[in-house]
Design a protein around this ligand. Structure first.
Ligand code: MNH
Length: 464
């Protein structure tokens, strides 16, 4: 493919040569995998390039130097890229979908920060172990007869974990044959917004999407009902002493905290945490299990670490972070498949990026994380899975902004430590109790919703 360019002033930003008027680069997009398609295009076009998808202009960036600049909160802020903006219909001004300038962002950030400290993680540890235990029971009951559906089971586990630790609410995920209706509605609404984001940028598309939009309103009404019930039940409860995210928000109201948020925003936060708190971690666990099952030496080393550090017992809180190698497996899985694969950054004022690309106030670019994670700073074997890239000395030898699976700055992932504790705990538990074996004919394919997920990946698991 040859590259054409669009002039933006000082230096041109490359874009695909086969630009089609009106439809943009539609011929080049695989509708269901636009992100992976962009990564592929970027291999030819380089670490900054432009493409138009049905009228939406995107500038993708994957150069560590440019990403370092975009990460500077004094020059750039979060931009809600189209896929994230579509989520506002569900999560409103919740933490993830709030604009930087919305007052509820700072309030909720202050209120909820104590829910993500080391002390808070310690208080979630027991619940995380309980849920991992339910996964084990689930696998013990059925894995002898057939392989397990990894992503489906990891999704049950992570949703259950955030529901119980955050809101003391159980979806009974492992006790149901079918998904909980809440999960069905949530997944339905997420895929609806993904499917219609681009379509609805045209009048015809908006017209065609009317029926589906109506169905989606019903889903959202149901989701809101369930969440409001969770809030009411807690508020009317006479029990005291529950310490979770919901309690942090309700207490602020009771105590007239200056950062208190109203009921509508509490609802938005709960939905935000249920969504943001489970799919990404589920994907990360699934990719890590995929790589473990494909790399016998890595698997053996990880298992040896678990056996020696956990010594056949259930781990205490401290024994999770001691699994240094398992953690590197997780880091390396998130390098190759960062499950939240991009984030938008907008200029706060007119500026010039990299001394070469002029941007007007409000202009934005998308950090294309899988491409950043394959930049030449990772060496010429960037496609190879190698957890030892995350040995401390090797981390130090790379530019600071070459690895961004959790976003950046003020608007970075608030749940990072939560996700890491949960994922290492679960990987350790699986390694401790099972041998895992992948179907040798399986070829990794990655599905895209808002997040990335291995598609159709199963494992044969046997009790050790
Ligand atoms: Mn999470 C923001 C990735 C787990 C809750 N998360 C982000 C961003 C990335 C991200 C990237 C920044 C997006 C942007 O700038 O537009 N998150 C992940 C990954 C995992 C993850 C890869 C797991 C692996 N996230 C979690 C968990 C929770 C959570 C677990 C909750 C318990 N994440 C959030 C919230 C935000 C966020 C809330 C928005 C934070 C803010 O803007 O203040």
């Amino acid at each position: 493919m040859s590259a054409a360019t669009t002039s933006v002033g000082a230096v041109d930003i490359p874009r695909p040569a086969w630009r089609v008027p009106v439809l943009g680069d539609v011929l080049g997009i695989s509708i269901s995998r636009p992100l992976q398609n962009s990564v592929r295009i970027g291999r030819d076009l380089g670490p900054i390039f432009e493409r138009t998808v049905l009228g939406n202009r995107f500038v993708f960036v994957s150069d560590p130097g440019l990403v370092a600049e975009l990460s500077d909160d004094s020059r750039f802020g979060k931009h809600l890229a189209p896929g994230v903006k579509a989520l506002r219909g569900l999560a409103g001004d919740g933490l993830f979908t709030a604009y930087d300038h919305e007052p509820n962002w700072a309030r909720a950030h202050n209120l909820l920060a104590p829910g993500f400290t080391q002390t808070a993680m310690r208080s979630y540890h027991g619940t995380m172990l309980d849920v991992a235990g339910e996964l084990v029971d689930h696998w013990d009951a059925r894995s002898r007869s057939s392989p397990v559906d990894v992503s489906a089971d990891m999704t049950k586990l992570t949703l259950e974990t955030i529901g119980r630790t955050g809101f003391s609410y159980s979806f009974d995920s492992f006790r149901r044959e079918q998904q909980h209706p809440f999960v069905q509605a949530m997944v339905g609404t997420l895929s609806h917004s993904q499917r219609t984001t681009f379509v609805k940028s045209t009048a015809v598309g908006r017209f065609l999407a009317r029926r589906a939009d109506q169905r989606d309103e019903q889903r959202k009404a149901y989701l809101n009902e369930v969440v409001d019930e969770v809030i009411r039940t807690r508020r009317d409860s006479t029990e005291s002493g529950t310490e979770d995210l919901l309690e942090l928000m309700l207490r602020a109201t009771r105590e007239n905290d200056p950062d208190r948020i109203d009921e509508l925003n509490i609802r938005n936060q709960i939905i935000t945490f249920l969504v943001a708190g489970h799919e990404t971690t589920s994907g990360a666990l699934s990719f890590a299990l995929y790589y473990l099952s494909r790399h016998p030496r890595v698997l053996a080393r990880a298992r040896a670490e678990v056996d020696s550090v956990w010594d056949g017992r259930e781990p205490t809180f401290e024994k999770i972070a001691k699994l240094r190698y398992v953690r590197r497996v997780l880091d390396e899985s998130l390098r190759l498949w960062p499950t939240a694969p991009g984030y938008g950054r907008a200029a706060r004022e007119d500026t010039v990026l990299g001394g070469r690309y002029p941007m007007k106030k409000g202009d934005w670019m998308l950090v294309l994380i899988p491409a950043l994670h394959r930049d030449r700073v990772w060496g010429d074997d960037a496609e190879t899975f190698d957890p030892d890239r995350f040995l401390p000395a090797r981390i130090k030898s790379r530019p600071a902004h070459a690895y961004k699976p959790f976003g950046t700055g003020e608007r970075a992932c608030i749940g990072r430590q939560f996700a890491i504790h949960e994922a290492v705990l679960v990987l350790g538990t699986i390694l401790q109790k099972y041998t895992v074996e992948a179907d040798p004919d399986y070829r990794l394919t990655v599905s895209e919703r808002l997040t990335l997920m291995p598609e159709g990946f199963t494992l044969n698991v046997r009790r050790r």
